[in-house]
Design a protein around this ligand. Structure first.
Ligand code: ZN
Length: 448
């Protein structure tokens, strides 16, 4: 007879802890930094040993390039600088050469329990698999983030992440469940009908924390259209989404992508940046020409080595900008903090200036007639030359004076903030196509 283990709460979730405890996992989050470094060194050695023993051909080839042929050749974090980075295209190429999994897995993919693909906005989506342990590391990392933000088990939370092959929605939903929150997963507002379904449901089960995500503006827009009060739907007290864009100073580094480390860190609100979960990753800002870390506070390539997972990544360069801050933080957490500076491939260039889409968005958001009830805009992809930056933005008001005032304010704001000359075109509401998740904001000039 097969005996079934007795059900216990520890089987599905973490042990309870006092609500007034400062950190979710003080043993790791407030660890003596020198002990944490020793832990990282041990885990880096273990990762290298597994690359060689398994073997994991893609990473073994990178180690060979660095002259590493035995586990003893690597002592710890300092030796990572010698190892060539791996980028997304390497994973894509590996999957194309040895379909479908490629040659970079540490386990048989059938030993994993979950699969997800990247969104594939820049080419064929790559496949990520997670074992139970890999998922548990993400859940614990997410729990540190929610706890730091003041969320507690017993609260009602909501999100509208896409699901199915795109693994992000499942990861977020189950991470909330693991933490102990009641998560209301509404559909991404791809259509007005789907948005309405979510907004009406929130009037029945009101989340303790307002919806926050890429689609916030869509929900506000549809609620307004339907005459549902934002208060009733819990859509008041909204803050700008965290980590989805950047000003000149960068945003907290909260994710290193679903394929690498979804919940790599989170902000404490005391010091700038996001506390990084360094016991489970070496997060570095690297100068790609030397492989070395740039000085603290300077921008480099976000390069992550995940630690202690069944399926890891070694020296994975996300081709995004990050900066690392190591000054002690008074909040009590002893880890380094990370700032995110956006994807290099998303940088826009015009009139000799390089800038991020989010910086344009920040200016438009400052113009009231453009942000009410939600900001909807597009930019024609600049060709890097000296022409005007063309921005198309909706304004709800039909009053010509309001529309002209908004246009003039946006032109002045873009000139002042980015130093670029812009042509701002004012459109009627509902001119620009809507999206349930990430809207296409930069469009090719020939496409409209
Ligand atoms: Zn802190």
């Amino acid at each position: 007879m097969i005996s079934t283990p007795e059900f216990g709460p520890g089987m599905l979730g973490p042990a309870a802890r006092p609500d007034d405890q400062a950190l979710w996992d003080p043993a790791h989050q407030a660890m003596d930094p020198s002990l944490r470094r020793e832990l990282q060194d041990r885990r880096v050695r273990h990762l290298v040993e597994r690359v060689l023993r398994t073997p994991v051909p893609l990473f073994a080839a990178k180690l060979a390039e660095a002259g590493v042929t035995a586990a003893d050749d690597v002592k710890g974090v300092d030796d990572l600088a010698r190892i060539p980075a791996t980028v997304k295209q390497d994973l894509r190429d590996s999957e194309a050469e040895a379909p479908p999994w490629g040659r970079y897995r540490f386990t048989d993919p059938r030993h994993a329990v979950r699969l997800g693909t990247s969104t594939g906005t820049t080419g064929q989506p790559t496949i990520t698999v997670w074992t139970r342990k890999d998922i548990w590391i993400e859940y614990e990392s997410g729990a540190r983030n929610w706890w730091r933000m003041g969320h507690r088990p017993g609260q009602v939370i909501t999100h509208a992440h896409p699901a199915y092959l795109y693994g992000g929605g499942t990861m977020l939903q189950q991470c909330y469940e693991y933490f102990g929150m009641l998560s209301v997963w509404v559909p991404p507002p791809d259509t007005d009908e789907l948005a309405e379904q979510a907004v009406r449901f929130w009037t029945r089960v009101r989340p303790d924390h307002p919806f926050m995500g890429f689609a916030t503006g869509r929900f506000v827009e549809v609620a307004t259209k339907l005459g549902i009060s934002l208060e009733e739907a819990g859509l008041t007290g909204l803050k700008a989404p965290i980590g989805f864009g950047l000003g000149r100073g960068g945003m907290p580094l909260m994710t290193a992508g679903a394929e690498c480390y979804s919940f790599v860190g989170g902000p404490c609100g005391v010091s700038p940046g996001a506390h990084l979960h360094e016991d489970w990753a070496v997060v570095q800002a690297v100068d790609p020409s030397t492989g070395l870390e740039v000085p603290d506070g300077e921008w480099g390539n976000l390069t992550v080595t995940t630690l202690d997972r069944d399926n890891g990544l070694l020296r994975y360069d996300l081709e995004e900008a990050c900066a690392i801050l190591r000054s002690p933080c008074p909040c009590g957490e002893t880890s380094a903090r990370g700032l995110w500076g956006g994807r290099f491939k998303d940088l826009l260039s015009c009139q000799g200036t390089r800038f991020q889409l989010a910086e344009v968005e920040g200016v438009l958001r400052g113009v009231e007639p453009m942000r009410e009830p939600s900001l909807e805009y597009q930019i024609l992809r600049p060709d890097g030359g000296g022409g005007d930056l063309v921005v198309r933005v909706e304004v709800a008001s039909a009053d010509p004076a309001v529309r002209e005032g908004a246009r003039v304010a946006a032109v002045a704001g873009l000139s002042e903030t980015l130093g670029v000359r812009a042509e701002v075109q004012i459109l009627d509401r509902d001119t620009i196509p809507r999206a349930g998740y990430k809207a296409t904001r930069v469009v090719d000039p020939g496409s409209i």
